[in-house]
Structure formats: C-alpha cells, structure tokens
Design a protein around this ligand. Structure first.
Ligand code: ATP
Ligand code: MG
Length: 801
C-alpha cells in the first residue's frame, strides 16, 4: 500500500527525503542557498503530523521573520490540511513573548508587560547616561545600548557584569551603574527590551526548572531555520528546551497540559528532538551577536547528531550559481561546497555602471520596465542595496518613471512620532507601570504640562510609593496650579475611560472591536486629533492620515483575531520586523537591504551599489572578520535570483554627506568576467572622451572583445575593462544628459601634488597625492574647511587655481 508520506516526498532528491524522514534526537541539515532547506523543514513538520508521530501542539518551529513563519504555516496547512492548528511556528522573539506572557508573574513581572523596541530603550538609556554623566567617559546612548545588547546576547546581566568587570576603572564603573539602573527601570516599568525577551526566558527556564519542564514536555519536536544566525542566548534557549524533562531533579506537575506521545515512545521523559538547518556561508548577523559556531559545533553539542548535506540548488540558473560559488570561494575557513543545478546556464548576469547613482537607478527602472513588458510580474522583482540611504535615488527615479515599488523595512510606519504617541497611549492603558509611555503622552497634545510638573509627579509618586500613572489620579495633591491640575485630571479620566473599554473587569470578554474603540477614545478625547486638525502645518495632515491608518490596522487585527486582546495587538505591533511588510499580491517591485533579503527569492534581482566602501561596507573593513561577513552578505544577495541577476554601480555617489568617486567592489572582480554581460562597464564610463581606443589596444589576450575585469589585478590600475561588444556611440552617450550638474567632464586636467584647486561644494584645497591612471586618476585633496576627500579628477566639479 502507499505510505502516507508518499506525496510529501514527491519530487524530493535523495538527501532531501532523508532530511524529511530521518527520526532521531538531533538532525543538522547544512546546505547552500536555495537547496531546499526551508522546504525540507516544512515537509518534515508535515510528515511528523501526517504520520501522527506528533500532535500540532508538540511542534515548535522557529523562523527568522514573522513573514517566514506565516508562509511556513500556510505551506504546512497546504500539505496536510487544517489539522495544523496549535503549532507554534514563529520567530524566537514571538515564541518567547508567548512564554513570558504566561509565566511573567513567576519572577516579578506581570503578563501585561511592555516590549521596548530599540527606540524606546534608547530613550531610557539616554536619560540614564545623562543622569550618570556617562558622556564624560565617552559613552553615548548608542554605544551604551550596543554594549548592553551584546552582553545580553551573551546572557550576561548587570550583576554578572559587575562581578567580572574591572570596577577600579571609573568608566567601567559608570557603565556598570547605567546597566544596573537600566535593568531596574525596565523591571519597574514591567517591560522587556528585545534582547530580554530571549535572555529572560532562558533565565526563567534555568531558575524555575519546573516551568521549563512544562515546555520540555510540550514541545517534542523543535525545528530551527536559519540556524547560522542564532546568537548565544538563542542557542541557550534551544539547549534548555532540548534537555530531558525532569533532568533538574525537581520536576513538578505544574498543572499545564501535558501531552502523551501519540504513538508509542518512552512517555514524556525523553529529550525533544531537534532539527536545525543552516548555511554558514549565509551567516550575516555577527554584528548582532550571531555565532557561526552554533552550527559548526552542533555535532559536538548534540553527540550522535545526524548530518544531511544538500547540494542541488532548485532556485537559480547555473550562471548565477557559478558567480555565487566563485565569490564565496574567496572566504577562507569554510567547508567548500559547490552548488549545482540541472536547469542549465540561463542568461548572463547583466552589469551596468552609471555615472551617478541616479544614472544607475535609471538603468534599474528601465530594465524593470523591459522585464515587465516581457512578462515578469513586478512582485517577482527585487532591488537590493547595502544601506538604507541608497534607496533614496532609486525611489526618486522609480517615482519619476512610474514604476510601482515598495520599500521593505524602510517605511518605518511604527517609528513615526504620531504613531509612537498613539501606541504610548495604548501602552499606558495596558501596562500603567510603564512610566516611559505615561511620560511620553503627558504633554501630547500640549496641555501646559512641562518638566517642572513632570518632576513633581515623579516626586509625589516616589514619596507615596505609587506608580507615576497612579499619581495622575491625585492631581490636587501635586502642588501644581489649578489649570495644570485640570489638565492632569483630564488625562487621567481619558485613560480610565479607555481602560474600561479595552480591559473589562475580569471574567468579562472584551468585544473584538474594543481595541479600535479604545484607540478612538484615546485619540479623540485626549484632544490629540483635534490639535493636529487645527494645526496649519501641512505635515500634520499626513499625521492625521497615519493615525487613521493605525485605526484601520486595529480593525484588521480584530478581523484576523476575533478573540485578540489589547495585549495581543501590542505584541503583534512590537514584533513587526523589517521583512514583514512585504506583500506579494501588491504588484510592486520590492526594495530592501541585502540583510532583509535573506531567505527570499525573486525571478529578477538587481544588486546595486556594488562599490568599495558600500559592499564591503567601509565600517566593516577594519573589523576582524568584517570583509568575510560582507562577502557572505553579497553571496546572500546574489543567490536570491531565480533567472535574471543584475549587478550595478555608480562612478560617483553622494554618500556620507559628500559626492565622491566610487570604485568597483572587490567582490565584483571575484565573479568570473565571462559571466557578466556589461551594458556599460566601468571602462565605458571612464573612456568617454578619447581614452577608449587606448583601452581597446592596451588589453592583451582578452579574447574576443569579452568584457569584465581582468583577472587578478586590482581594478583601476592598468587594466581598463573592455565593453563586451562595440556599441554605437549613442548608446554610451545616452546617459550623458542625465549626469547631474555637479559632475562634469574635465578632459585630461593636469594635476599634481601641491596644486591648489577649487571644488564647487568643498571650496579650496591642496592636492596631496594622485593615484590611478587615465580616466581613473583620483586626487587626494585636503580641503581647507571640508577636510580630506578623494575625487575622480575626470568628472569632479573642480578647477585648478
Ligand atoms: P536559502 O538558503 O536561501 O534559505 P533554502 O535552502 O531554504 O534557501 P528553499 O527556499 O527551501 O531553499 O528552496 C529554494 C527553491 O527551490 C524554492 O522555490 C523551493 O520551492 C524549490 N525547491 C526545493 N526543493 C525542490 C525540489 N526537490 N524540487 C523542486 N523544487 C524545489
Ligand atoms: Mg531558507
């Protein structure tokens, strides 16, 4: 007869089948991009459920984004039908929030805790840095935040830090104090920051083994996607969950549901089975504490683990894979694996060099339109860049060219001031202990409550031993004038009314519309909307629209979660991540950073800004492992493409506040040059104005007019790349009229060290040094007031004095 698994295995290759069907305590699937890791994980879940080896509630699957979680859930449902209810498929953060909402009261929090995003915690740290005068030791809010985050990802807390730090160093002492105060403030506010969500869950499991056992008995199959980007805290969480229940010797029955294994098995006292999938070549979050060793040392941590390797790629053409393999092959310290596909070579990678970033953007827009006319849907195309600021030029050109696009992670809807204000109102209702939120709305809209009053409220709260929020209910006791008393009493009343709407007395169930209604009460009765509507600032009109949008979001939330509470809504919003606003049905091109692109795939991909200082990013250049991590990031970007891959760059870029010459990225040279068909190569751009013939004659042994970079030699020295084929002059000058006014053609301007020049933007300066040759000569100039800059002599807006 047919095994129930048969259709789940249909079309899978042999190692993929093994990855789906292997049963044992630990399974590691390591494989390159596009080899079906995520697909296999999905089918494995379906297979466990279909064969009744597991109930849905016994599955915990971890994905990197909420969106990926949603997709995986849909696929499992598609494979086995609606029986997939009750599975936990979520990000680490969402899973931990769910656990903490149930267990927070075990250790001094309550389940209505607030989740501080990075902006919230930055604001808190800023206040503490000021209070402790930590800036005197060179600390900034950002540096303190970064360091605390790093420590938390290593599971260090304020106490353990204080124990191990060298506190005779005054800077270390002040940092330890800020860290400790920060943690105390979070606890007082009944709040967790993002790192705490994971770290405190680990703490909970370690401190309360009987609580951990509940989850160890519940989750019998734990599966983690993108394991190469887990940090130590996440690793520890998985480790806690995969210990045998009762192993701490104090297992109690805590009253939560305990599931018997549906088919045989040794009851509940075995460790859960763990499956992780990952690709160490795609580890790109070391800067956030991701530890590649979690994957490389998996076999040591889980002795007897089965390892499955996948090498066949089902996503991309061989040309794209050859390029990606060649690039990543330059990283040392890696296990060599070669991806292959049987779909054939496909078309060449298309290369383009613009004079400016707008020129580059125009190329992207033109190609997008051409592909669209030829039948590729906009939603099947994506444009990647290394830094968010690069999206601006693309947006300008896309708008002008009427190309529909969508920026992922760039809209930052929830970071807008008016949205944060509205959220603060909601949080003040949900978690009155959260002083930060209450303080935020104190004088928004303006009620005449200034710093002095705020301090009076805080002092009164401290004296009475009550929360800041509760102090608002005693306006008359604060020793402030009658007008301000009235304003405070009004705010208190609005919050109280909204509380009644959204958080009915225990036992009552709030109707699904309660969040929408409550939000309307808060925005209207507080006078917030009125103040915006009365304002003459045109921006405020847009703010009103944004708030309308937020109200619409609450409505949609109610539709999707008929039993959703205010807390559920706040949780969902707090965990929205960069990748989540991608909407495949939207019919627009997706613009995103290379980091956000992880795990996704598109028919056509444009990797833009492939320049030194961008990719590899200049900040990474001097960090240990930095360039290698950047190379992995570039590898991630290339391997997103199914059919058409484009790489592009600009010769000048307004970046870091200056317009300067850009050099092609070293990674571009690592792509075998015969794989790239240059529509306009860096050589084309530089050979405008007469140097082209020299370039053509000066290149020995270059084959049949093949384009691209010469092997080995650093681009920009002696080898001038050739255009792939002779093009009509018009093709090259086509873009000349798009060169921004600031860039001009200086012909063969003679310049030598010691010369003084004037630059349109930077004023006067002295030439220190000239590097490069011909069209790529670069002047290193020390400007009198603008400081040192590097300029491409040929096109910089300069004149010799
Ligand atoms: P990444 O490293 O980028 O996360 P991945 O290893 O998770 O990639 P998937 O996203 O699972 O790879 O698969 C890549 C593409 O290949 C998907 O479109 C998937 O549907 C397809 N695919 C995977 N396995 C097969 C197969 N056996 N037959 C046909 N298509 C497959
Ligand atoms: Mg994947």
């Amino acid at each position: 007869g047919s095994r129930p698994d048969d259709d789940l295995l249909a079309g899978l290759n042999e190692p993929q089948r093994e990855a789906v069907t292997y049963r044992g305590p630990a399974l590691l699937i390591v494989a390159g991009a596009g080899s079906g890791k995520t697909s296999v994980l999905t089918r494995r879940i379906a297979s466990l459920l279909r064969s009744r080896e597991a109930w849905p509630s016994q599955i915990l699957a971890i994905t990197f984004t909420n969106k990926a979680a949603g997709e995986m859930r849909e696929r499992v449902r598609g494979l086995i039908g609606d029986t997939a209810q009750g599975m936990w498929i979520s990000t680490f953060h969402s899973a931990c929030v769910r656990i903490l909402r149930r267990e927070a009261d075990q250790f001094g929090f309550t389940k209505n805790f607030t989740i501080y995003d990075s902006g919230d915690s930055r604001a808190l740290i800023k206040r503490l840095v000021k209070e402790h005068e930590a800036d005197a030791f060179g600390f900034t809010p950002a540096s303190v935040q970064g360091r605390i985050s790093k420590l938390k990802n290593e599971l260090a807390d304020a106490e353990s830090f204080a124990r191990t730090a060298n506190l005779s160093d005054p800077a270390e002492r002040v940092f330890a104090e800020v860290f400790a105060d920060y943690q105390r403030a979070l606890q007082r506010a009944n709040a967790f920051d993002f790192d705490d969500l994971i770290g405190q869950t680990v703490y909970l499991f370690r401190a309360f083994p009987h609580v951990a056992d509940v989850y160890r008995r519940r989750f019998r199959h734990i599966l983690v996607d993108e394991y190469q980007d887990t940090n130590h805290a996440q690793y520890a969480l998985i480790h806690e969950l995969t210990r045998p229940p009762g192993s701490d010797g104090q297992a109690h029955d805590s009253g939560m549901m305990i599931f018997d294994a549906p088919s045989g098995g040794a009851g509940g006292e075995e460790a859960a089975s763990l499956t992780v999938v990952g690709d160490s070549d795609q580890s790109i979050y070391a800067f956030r504490g991701a530890d590649i060793r979690n994957i490389t040392e998996f076999e040591r941590d889980y002795p007897g683990a089965k390892v499955v390797l996948l090498e066949q790629n089902y996503r991309s053409t061989q040309t794209i894979l050859d390029a990606a393999n060649a690039v990543i092959g330059n990283n040392f310290d890696r296990k060599d694996k070669k991806l292959w596909t049987d779909v054939g070579p496909g078309s060449a990678i298309i290369g383009f060099t613009g004079y400016s970033q707008h020129d580059e953007a125009q190329f992207v827009a033109d190609e997008v339109e051409a592909l669209h006319r030829a039948g590729t849907a906009y939603s099947e195309m994506a444009v990647f860049y290394r830094t968010n600021s690069q999206s601006r030029a693309l947006e300008e050109i896309f708008i002008r060219s009427a190309v529909p696009y969508k920026i992922m992670g760039g809209t930052k809807f929830y970071e807008r001031a008016e949205i944060k204000d509205a959220m603060a109102y909601l949080i003040a209702v949900a978690n009155p202990a959260d002083e930060l939120s209450v303080r935020r709305i104190l004088n928004r809209p303006r009620r005449g409550i200034g710093d002095v009053t705020e301090t009076s409220i805080a002092r009164y709260a401290a004296e009475e031993g009550i929360t800041f929020r509760d102090a608002l209910a005693n306006a008359s006791a604060l020793g402030v004038g009658p007008k301000i008393q009235q304003a405070i009493a009004h705010l208190d009343a609005v919050l109280a009314e909204a509380t009644e709407v959204m958080l009915p007395a225990s036992g009552e169930v709030a109707p699904p519309t309660s969040v929408t209604e409550g939000l309307n009460v808060l925005l209207n009765k507080s006078g917030y909307l009125d103040a915006l509507r009365r304002s003459k600032d045109p921006q405020d009109e847009a703010r009103v629209e944004n708030l309308d949008e937020l109200v619409a979001v609450t409505r949609e939330f109610a539709r999707n979660n008929p039993e959703g509470t205010l807390l559920d809504f706040l949780t969902e919003v707090a965990l929205v991540s960069d990748a989540d606003d991608l909407d495949d049905s939207s019919g627009s091109v997706s613009l995103m950073t290379m980091h956000t692109a992880k795990g996704l795939e598109f028919d056509a991909v444009f990797v833009t800004g492939v320049e030194e200082d961008l990719i590899p990013h200049r900040i990474s250049a001097n960090e240990p492992g930095g360039p290698q991590e950047e190379r992995r990031l570039f590898y991630v970007a290339l391997t997103r493409a199914r059919k058409k891959l484009h790489v592009s760059l600009a010769m000048t870029r307004a970046q870091f506040g200056e317009v300067s010459a850009a050099l092609p990225s070293r990674f571009l040279q690592e792509i075998p040059h015969e794989l790239i068909d240059w529509r306009q190569s860096p050589g084309d751009v530089n050979s405008r104005g007469g140097t082209q013939s020299r370039a053509l004659n000066g290149r020995p042994g270059s084959g049949a007019g093949r384009g691209g970079f010469g092997g080995g030699s650093r681009y920009g020295d002696d080898l001038v790349p050739l255009p792939r084929r002779e093009k009509p002059a018009g093709d090259i000058t086509k873009f000349a009229n798009r060169i921004p006014a600031k860039v001009r053609d200086n012909g063969d301007l003679e310049l030598a060290p010691g010369d003084r020049i004037r630059h349109d933007d930077f004023g006067e300066g002295r030439v220190d040094m000239i590097t490069g040759e011909g069209a790529k000569r670069v002047a290193h100039v020390r400007f009198d007031s603008a400081g040192p800059k590097k300029l491409l002599i040929k096109i910089a807006p300069i004149a010799k004095l």
